[in-house]
Design a protein around this ligand. Structure first.
Ligand code: ARG
Length: 363
């Protein structure tokens, strides 16, 4: 980001965040002046803990993809801006995993590593999520998660070897400063996974299907007031359809619908038997029931949509407009049963926000 743009972004943010936090006009003007001065002298500025913490929350509130935004103000924000060694970074990531997992009572959390310095990331996380299953290209086809093929290859180049099952957790790969990438496995005692079983039918037969408890996105850049945080892994809890209607169901992911349909005894010869839909529903029932029985937090899409409605009302009351991306907000299962389907959304992207990185560090 160019300095002029950064000064503008910073000024806009500093004014708004302190206004929202109820600071006096005097306090706001003093802080604005100090930030502009610091920017002139150093090209950047150090955000206060309050500016950082509230910025991460606003970024969640502003994220047009997320149906779970009702809870934006209940985000645990960990300031890890001074963590600049490999040991410290892994330590912070493992602590994140432990605290966010919270024995199944999943807590939304973000750990924020140092900001970019002169346009360069000080800490890089290679993984898309801290938990993700490896994907291997074999002669008999892909084993594991096809979405992980390229990162799995990179891990193997670094010397990592997976067991070769459908559910091998990838190690976490980081790069600190100008050093080479290093990987570490997540300590077993920190890994919470849920075996997926249907309460009434045996939908998987001999297949062992499971999913990890907490989705911790680690490849998005957090931008607050002109400052870019390229390493800022964050998590909420799962919505069932993310696993049951996408990860396990998509043809280019685990592609389990044909298998489930067969186990349910459905006629898969003709599309018009709606075997895909019927299999999809039972697979999603299995995901929700399994998480619940294992004491792991998860939300179904109907409840999530209702919570989103409360969020919309709250925002209106606070005098803010809710932006959103319709195609992301509607659940992939029975979308028209939720109110979200029946109205348009303004997809303006406000900042602070979380952005996709342009390319993976290993590309
Ligand atoms: N859709 C992603 C997945 O299935 C996770 C995205 C974040 N989800 C969340 N509930 N916070 O792994």
């Amino acid at each position: 980001m160019k300095i002029d743009e950064r000064m503008q972004e910073a000024d806009y943010y500093i004014y708004n965040v302190h206004k929202e936090l109820g600071k006096t006009e005097r306090e706001i003007q003093d802080r604005r002046a100090a930030v502009q001065q610091e920017l002139k002298e150093t090209g950047t500025y150090v955000q206060t803990t309050e500016e950082l913490t509230h910025g991460a929350k606003i970024a969640w509130r502003n994220n047009n993809h997320c149906i779970g935004r009702l809870f934006w103000n209940k985000l645990d924000v960990v300031d890890a801006r001074h963590f600049t060694t490999e040991d410290a970074v892994f330590e912070a990531l493992f602590t994140h995993i432990e605290q966010a997992t919270n024995n199944g009572k999943v807590k939304p959390r973000i750990t924020i590593f140092p900001p970019e310095q002169n346009g360069k990331a000080q800490v890089k996380i290679w993984n898309h999520q801290l938990f993700r299953y490896a994907g291997y290209q074999t002669e008999e086809g892909i084993v594991g998660d096809p979405a992980s093929l390229s990162l799995t290859k990179e891990c193997q180049k670094l010397g990592w070897e997976g067991k070769g099952t459908d559910f091998d957790l990838l190690p976490i790969v980081i790069q600190v400063g100008d050093s080479d990438p290093v990987y570490r496995e997540i300590p077993e005692e920190l890994v919470l996974e849920v075996p997926i079983r249907h309460p009434d039918f045996s939908i998987f037969y001999h297949l062992k299907v499971k999913w990890y408890a907490v989705p911790i996105i680690s490849d998005m850049r957090l931008e607050i007031g002109g400052i870019e945080y390229p390493a800022a892994p964050f998590n909420g809890w799962y919505m069932g359809t993310e696993i049951g209607a996408r990860n396990l169901a998509d043809e280019n992911r685990y592609n389990l619908l044909p298998h489930v349909a067969k186990q349910l005894g459905l006629n898969t010869k003709h599309l018009n038997t709606l075997w895909k839909d019927r299999a999809l529903v039972e697979l999603n029932v299995a995901v929700l029931d399994s998480f619940q029985k294992n004491g792991v937090a998860i939300v179904d899409h109907h409840t999530a949509a209702k919570q989103f409605k409360v969020f919309e009302n709250n925002e209106k009351r606070a005098g803010r407009t809710v932006t959103g991306k319709w195609a992301w907000l509607i659940p992939p299962l029975s979308p028209a049963t939720t109110h979200i389907f029946h109205k348009p959304f303004d997809n303006t992207v406000n900042k602070p926000n979380y952005f996709y990185r342009v390319e993976a560090p290993y590309e």
